[in-house]
Design a protein around this ligand. Structure first.
Ligand code: ZN
Ligand code: ZN
Length: 67
């Protein structure tokens, strides 16, 4: 089941990737996929990754050196 096609840098093309046996207890949510063509492992963080950056203006660090 858990197989999807992704671009592989090593194979230089789109290859079927499959989830390796996970030893970390991620289960079906394991972000790791292995290229079935060359065996390279990739991390898929497409939907599990959260942007930690607050939207809007960013403040400069209020770190001043009193000279
Ligand atoms: Zn895992
Ligand atoms: Zn590959």
């Amino acid at each position: 089941m858990s197989e999807r096609e992704l671009y592989c840098d090593t194979c230089e093309g789109v290859e079927p990737f499959e989830a390796p046996p996970c030893a970390d207890g991620h289960g079906a949510d394991c972000p790791e996929l292995v290229c079935t063509g060359c065996g390279a492992a990739v991390l898929v963080t497409t939907f599990t990754f959260r942007l930690a950056r607050p939207s809007g203006r960013h403040r400069p660090a209020s770190r001043r050196r009193a000279a």
